[in-house]
Design a protein around this ligand. Structure first.
Ligand SMILES: [Zn+2]
Length: 413
């Protein structure tokens, strides 16, 4: 993606698009043969003799200046002027500086430039009236639409697109609750719109955000759109093409339109067995035949029948979380089957030890049965209802842009 640009700059090919209006631009006599301007720090470096070095341990501004200044130039005034806007004590060994010298008979130092950080630099004018100022490098935002197909791993596919590790982590993080990246297959694909920042046109300044992405796993599209719900507090999150947050690992309940008839309780009087017994689940009363859905995606590790559980299904979501659904009138999935969040896995019944139609929902964290309501589960806030229309207006063109991006045109070596 940006590799060409980086290579071009590394080879010293000048990029002239970064030229900006610079009030400090010093117009020297034109060269007999017009050289291509090399604009940096707001100066055309080709018009000067450029002395470039880095601050060495033990260097001070005075020791550096002493060896360069010519008759008539005052090192003390220069130091004072610079110190007024940038404390000389802050100059660090290892930071680069340049002295731009006039192409006159004595190469009079005209400009001292100190690279104070990755983001800004300091300029000290040494001729005419000595003065100094600080300046930020121009920041450039680059928006890229990329697409890739997985041949071996996600990172391999993204590297092929010129994407760095940051983008890979970012993408994996966005989809961590919807796509199992440990099980991506050859042929799975992704498209993304990424905004990145470049300092002074050349230095990579990191990812601003992944604006939108779609991950196609086994033929199914998973969309993600970055949307700011609260600009005052800079609160943004990822939502799918319908406005549902992507970070909901678990649905709130395994049945819709139900009521909780019995909560998780380590000590409860069992209504059938008529004895005190821990209730290691949450009961949702619902009419016979109501669809029971898996609250998170995963693999069915058990689909069977016992006297107590009746017909039940157990789903393993990852190494940490497992859920189980009891007393079904009918089981609709088999062991080893992959299930997606919200998929119907059985129907409400009262098989096993049950007084009436309900589903007993059980929840394990690290092999320990717990109350899901007492867990700090990885869930995002839903999109506020009044923002849904705006959200759809924002994402419609983005989704179109993703859908229209072809894989072929994006592939780069
Ligand atoms: Zn129960």
């Amino acid at each position: 993606m940006n590799k060409f640009l980086i290579v071009a700059l590394a080879l010293g090919i000048s990029i002239t698009s970064c030229k900006e209006k610079e009030e400090e631009f010093i117009a020297e006599k034109p060269e007999p043969v017009a050289a291509i301007p090399l604009i940096q720090y707001g100066f055309d470096l080709n018009r000067f003799e450029v002395y470039a070095d880095t601050i060495k341990s033990g260097d001070t501004f005075s020791t550096i200046m002493d060896s360069h200044l010519v008759a008539g130039q005052n090192g003390f005034t220069a130091a004072q002027t610079l110190d007024n806007i940038y404390s000389l004590r802050r100059m660090k060994a290892g930071n680069a500086y340049k002295i731009l010298k006039r192409k006159d008979s004595v190469n009079t130092p005209a400009i001292f430039i100190y690279e104070s950080s990755k983001l800004d630099f300091v300029v000290l004018r040494l001729t005419d009236s000595v003065h100094a100022y600080r300046k930020k490098y121009p920041l450039r935002l680059q928006r890229t639409v990329a697409a890739g197909k997985i041949e071996t791993t996600l990172s391999q596919a993204m590297e092929k697109q010129g994407m760095g590790m940051t983008a890979i982590y970012e993408l994996a993080d966005i989809f961590k609750y919807s796509v199992d990246f440990f099980k991506v297959n050859k042929g799975d694909s992704f498209k993304l719109i990424v905004n990145e920042r470049y300092i002074n046109d050349t230095i990579y300044g990191g990812i601003v955000n992944i604006e939108a992405a779609v991950f196609n796993k086994s033929g199914k599209n998973y969309y993600a759109f970055n949307y700011t719900t609260d600009s005052l507090n800079d609160k943004s999150d990822y939502y799918n093409e319908k406005g549902a947050p992507l970070k909901n690992f678990f649905l709130k309940a395994p049945v819709e339109f139900s009521r909780i008839s019995s909560r998780f309780n380590p000590r409860r009087f069992h209504p059938v067995q008529k004895r005190w017994k821990a209730h290691n689940g949450t009961d949702y009363a619902a009419p016979h035949g109501t669809p029971i859905v898996t609250t998170a995606s995963g693999v069915v590790v058990k689909s069977g029948y016992t006297g107590g559980n009746g017909n039940y299904v157990k789903v393993k979501h990852n190494n940490k979380y497992t859920t189980q659904y009891l007393h079904m009138s009918k089981r609709l999935v088999s062991e080893g089957q992959r299930v997606e969040q919200g998929q119907t896995i059985g129907l409400v019944g009262s098989t096993g030890l049950a007084t009436g139609p309900h589903v007993c929902y059980r929840f394990w964290v690290n092999d320990k049965q717990v109350d899901p309501f007492a867990q700090n589960l990885p869930n995002a806030d839903p999109l506020p209802k009044e923002q849904l229309e705006t959200y759809m207006n924002v994402i419609t063109p983005l989704k179109k842009e993703l859908d229209e991006k072809s894989f072929k045109s994006a592939t780069k070596k």
